[in-house]
Design a protein around this ligand. Sequence first.
Ligand SMILES: Nc1ncnc2c1ncn2[C@@H]1O[C@H](COP(=O)(O)OP(=O)(O)O)[C@@H](O)[C@H]1O
Ligand SMILES: [Mg+2]
Length: 247
Amino acid sequence: MSSVLALDNVTAGYVGDIDVLRSLSLTVEAGSITGLIGLNGAGKSTVMKAICGFLKPKAGRVVYQGNDITGLAPHHLSAHGIWYIPQESSLFPYMSVTENLRLPLEGLSRATGSPDRAEIDRRFADMLEKFPALRPKLKAQAGDLSGGQQKMVEFAKAWLMRPQLCLIDEPSIGLSPKIVEEVFGWIKLFAAEQMAILLVDHNVRRVIAMSQRIYVLSLGEITASGTPEDFQGNLHEQVKSWLGINF
Ligand SMILES: Nc1ncnc2c1ncn2[C@@H]1O[C@H](COP(=O)(O)OP(=O)(O)O)[C@@H](O)[C@H]1O
Ligand SMILES: [Mg+2]
């Protein structure tokens, strides 16, 4: 396997000299799910923000497909094949679902010349096959949809972009168990299409079961990493006591 993304000793923080991430290194391999688990406030979302350029690291490097992208502005990421599904909504509430879905793809097309109009239409049709429940909602204002439906639009938007790397932060928070099942189904769909995924979710058991590699983040430092088998075996008790949770 080859690394799509590598964080190399990244140190980052929001205020003054308080470091939220401390010399953090991890890799995300091609065509696989990498899970990141840790308590609230450990710095999981900050890892995502440091990758996406919302927070410029003070030290260390973010390397994507062999290129240093440290601090690259967020609006350049999609042209590089990186997509971020944040915990909070990224939809424009007063725009229609269709407009929300097409906007980033059309922006990418204008900026890079690809995909062309025919490809955009082809992808849109394919997206509606993968997310058929969006069909009757296309004309609705995004802000009028339920939380679960809005999450579906987020995933459909990501799917349209065909990223090589997708960063997914707390996708199941606040959703009903039925919708949560759908959300994890979409993540499996993405992975089956060889998308590399960095996944953060509070459902530790689920993240461990779905990921090929898992990192444990405590107070901004990686304190353990391993395969799902490691977390069933020798890492289980250790991580249980660190995180104070059963899984
Ligand atoms: N915008 C911000 N400004 C200042 N501190 C922040 C900001 N966002 C997060 N933090 C702090 O950074 C730490 C890590 O937060 P976060 O990355 O959101 O953790 P997690 O996603 O693991 O719950 C926390 O102590 C949090 O209070
Ligand atoms: Mg978070």
